[in-house]
Design a protein around this ligand. Structure first.
Ligand code: TA6
Length: 325
């Protein structure tokens, strides 16, 4: 007998719909009622530090919460059962139009680092993004979408003469936190860009972290004029940071992980192939380092060594999914 896949797909869809609307479903915990106070709603549009506009996203069935500032579309907090997974500097001034928010997930776009004519890491992290939509999806995941276009006339964009429409969606689901950047070329000529999700993961102390997924990969050592370093043998113990480190691993695998020996926490990072590189950074107290450097490790899915090029009308998408165990 041939299986009728269309029929099975239809039934599955109906089942998902039923679960989304039926709070008594035994498999999925209920969402808060729609008349619950704002601080219990899946999406709360509010103000954060220094009265800056911010969105709080809540996925009550898995006790997750995330905070995203419109300035830089910066995710500054992600908690599971109240436990924070991002480091945020206590030196931040929290000013729209000021310095980029340091910590969480700054978006580096359309330039990673100093490689180009723009300000370090591009203008996305120092631009004011607009909230485009907020949605509770059928599978109970919750999404907030932010937009930034060349039409918004922000000062930091002046040095990049291209027309574009960028959309950044932040989703909480049973799988974890997903961030997704899509960039559309709305110009009549092609353009290229580099980018990264500059994740600042919180560590008990950075020396207790081990990073898995970088074994047997070449990397550029940014502390040595981007010298290409040979692959390191896989000892099975992960990469450990014991001194200032600033690397770009080329062709990094789609799954990476960080293990914290002090808390026994495993952080998993899945990334799309469009983010072919991944960086590893900690300043280890070097001159100018943030005083909080001991408590973070930056692992950043990135598109750096082969910039993305978009023809007029084309769209590029890069995403990461972060999970914790
Ligand atoms: O991704 C690592 C890196 O490019 C480092 O070289 C370091 O400069 C870091 O980002 C932070 O940059 P920022 O401009 O935020 O101080």
């Amino acid at each position: 007998m041939t299986a009728n896949f269309d029929e099975i797909a239809k039934q599955l869809q109906q089942e998902l719909k039923r679960r989304a609307v039926d709070p008594s479903s035994p498999d999925l915990p209920p969402m808060p009622p729609t008349d619950a106070p704002p601080e219990q709603q899946p999406i709360e549009v509010t103000h954060g530090n220094n009265d800056m506009p911010m969105v709080i996203i809540r996925h009550a069935p898995s006790s997750q919460e995330a905070q995203v500032y419109c300035y830089g579309a910066a995710v500054t907090s992600w908690t599971t059962r109240g436990e924070e997974h991002f480091w945020v500097s206590d030196q931040n001034k929290w000013q729209v139009g000021g310095k980029a928010i340091r910590g969480g997930i700054p978006i580096c776009f359309p330039q990673f680092g100093p490689y180009g004519d723009l300000v370090q890491h591009g203008f996305a992290r120092v631009s004011d993004w607009r909230i485009r939509s907020t949605t509770v999806n059928e599978d109970q995941s919750v999404t907030a979408v932010f937009g930034l276009t060349s039409e918004s006339g922000q000062e930091a964009m002046a040095a990049w003469p291209h027309k574009f429409d960028a959309e950044y969606s932040v989703t909480l689901s049973f799988a974890g936190l997903e961030t997704r950047l899509s960039v559309k070329n709305t110009d009549d000529k092609p353009f290229s860009f580099t980018c990264a999700f500059h994740n600042y993961f919180k560590t008990s102390v950075v020396e207790d972290a081990r990073v898995f997924g970088f074994e047997n990969l070449k990397h550029l050592n940014r502390l040595d004029s981007d010298k290409e370093m040979a692959e390191q043998e896989d000892s099975g113990a992960g990469v450990m940071l014991t001194e200032e480190t600033d690397r770009i691993y080329m062709n990094a695998p789609e799954e990476l992980a960080a293990f914290d020996f002090a808390t026994l926490k495993v952080l998993k990072i899945k990334k799309t192939p469009t983010l072919q590189d991944a960086t590893l950074w900690n300043p280890f107290g070097a001159e100018g380092a943030d005083p909080g450097w001991k408590n973070f490790i930056c692992i950043e899915p990135a598109c750096v060594t082969k910039p993305a090029t978009l023809q007029p009308g084309e769209t590029w998408v890069g995403a990461q999914l972060l999970g914790v165990e």
